[in-house]
Write a protein that binds this ligand. Structure first.
Ligand SMILES: [Fe+2]
Ligand SMILES: [Fe+2]
Length: 483
């Protein structure tokens, strides 16, 4: 069995795994042969792809982390917001995961736009329990985490679906409404005697960030309960790897990179470490492209996350990238989760946001280190007009003559005039629309407080992680993406 992205599905292929659908309208059983109509339907409904069974991929070992039945029951329980069923599913899920020989979440989720929230809640529960088990939390705690994860977004059902599924930019009021969903979820659980206060706390804190930039409370570091830290991290991971009406999915390897980039700012370090151990960068069954031009399918994990065992399409040869000497200099360069033809919806949306290729936004990067400037430029220059300057003074002069860029990316530690001082001066000059993201090598409480005082949109740790930087820049330019 192997995973085929929706753009690469062809008539005649046979499903290797059931497609679960709460409303049963696109439910497809294992073994069904795909035709044009079915493929078209999967495309339109926003599925990532499907697992296909064929002789080539017979030897791919994909571990079922939780049974199909648990997943299906979970999706139904969340869709119906039935707390009794949610409690049962939580136990089944903890049971399934406790029985695994090695904890790993190998299977990509197959979900439609319609079922997004239900599948998402179940996935978050699977990942959260896997991470918590890896962190060696006791079984009663795994059960509580599973319940909290299954319930974390229940409050979204109280928000107008038109807001939840809106393809274009949300208004500030709409975004504020979205941000109320942790509290709504908390309230829905409040009078239920089978839900403990610990579970409710985890639910209400699932959008809190390590640096205090999250919501609803703006809690920091140790003020955030561990359950919430776990749910928060896997929640973001699951959202990144899914296709939404307003965004394309990230490949697992890239989403994991993003998580690493956000350590200590958004996410807890230990949680992200555990995630790297239980979520494969290249899940078995996934197509990959190699630096020597070959294409292959991932067969199994090895001890090295980025060097799995693969089978080459052209030759049918199996290669263990972690040990094979002939492949020592060969790297995985692409992983096939994205549909070949980009989805029209997302392209259209990017145009609405003024992010079309013809109309790139202007970003000014100020940093006294040439190396750092080069890294930032390399990460962003495909999508934006980048100007680089080497001092705060040069930045002030530039803005005085040319006006504000769409975004200023500013190093904090620079000689003569540091980044904070430069931004404070710009604020005094009444550049009210200034959007700034700081770069810094250290993130302590002091830096956080100063960044907030300077009205920064965000700050990013150096050396910059390109994937993290790109996503955070998108969010800084359009806060709505982070929903
Ligand atoms: Fe949420
Ligand atoms: Fe969520």
């Amino acid at each position: 069995m192997r995973f085929i992205a929706v753009g690469d599905l062809r008539p005649g292929m046979r499903l290797g795994r059931k497609i679960i659908d709460h409303r049963r309208t696109s439910m497809l059983e294992k073994g069904v042969e795909l035709n044009d109509t079915l493929i078209q339907r999967l495309k339109q409904n926003g599925y990532l792809g499907a697992y296909i069974a064929d002789p080539f991929s017979n030897d791919v070992e994909i571990q079922e982390t939780v049974s199909e039945k648990t997943l299906e029951d979970g999706i139904d329980a969340v869709a119906e917001a039935n707390i009794g069923s949610i409690l049962n599913v939580a136990s089944a899920l903890v049971d399934d995961i406790s029985k695994l020989k090695s904890i790993s979440v190998d299977m990509l989720d197959l979900r439609s736009y319609d079922d997004y929230t239900y599948h998402h809640s179940v996935n978050v529960a699977v990942y959260a329990v896997a991470v918590a088990a890896r962190m060696e939390l006791p079984e009663e705690q795994l059960q509580e985490i599973a319940v909290a994860a299954l319930c974390h977004d229940l409050g979204k059902s109280l928000i107008d679906p038109a807001i939840i599924n809106k393809k274009t930019r949300l208004t500030d009021a709409e975004f504020e409404e979205i941000k109320r969903h942790p509290k709504y979820s908390y309230d829905l659980l409040f009078n239920n005697p089978s839900i403990s206060p610990t579970v409710r706390q985890a639910v209400i804190c699932h959008h809190e960030n390590e640096n205090g930039s999250g919501y609803p409370f703006g809690k920091m570091g140790e003020e955030i309960p561990l359950y919430a830290k776990i749910i928060h991290a896997v929640d973001v991971y699951d959202a990144l790897t899914s296709r939404r009406p307003y965004k394309d999915p990230y490949a697992p390897v890239d989403a994991l990179e993003y998580m690493i980039g956000g350590v200590d700012i958004l996410f807890d370090r230990k949680v992200v470490e555990a995630m790297q151990n239980v979520i494969p960068a290249y899940p078995p069954g996934m197509d990959v492209g190699l630096s020597n031009g070959e294409r292959a399918v991932v067969i199994a994990h090895t001890a090295q996350a980025l060097r799995p065992r693969i089978k080459i399409y052209e030759t049918g040869k199996e290669v263990d990238l972690s040990t094979d000497l002939h492949y020592r200099m060969v790297f995985i360069t692409a992983s096939g989760i994205l549909m070949k033809e980009s989805s029209d919806g997302v392209e259209k949306l990017n145009e609405d946001r003024g992010e079309g290729k013809d109309n790139p936004k202007n970003i000014l990067v100020v940093d006294d280190s040439q190396i750092s400037l080069g890294q930032t430029r390399a990460a962003l220059e495909d999508d934006y007009n980048i100007t680089t300057l080497e001092s705060g003074l040069a930045c002030l002069n530039y803005i005085k003559t040319k006006g504000l860029p769409d975004l200023l990316i500013m190093d904090i530690d620079m000689p003569v005039m540091d980044g904070m001082t430069t931004v404070e001066k710009l604020r005094k000059l009444e550049y009210k629309d200034l959007k700034v993201v700081f770069l810094t090598a250290i993130a302590n409480k002091d830096t956080v407080i100063r960044c907030n005082q300077a009205g920064a949109k965000d700050y990013i740790l150096k050396p910059v992680n390109p994937i993290y930087l790109r996503e955070r820049v998108k969010i800084a330019l359009d806060k709505n993406l982070d929903r």
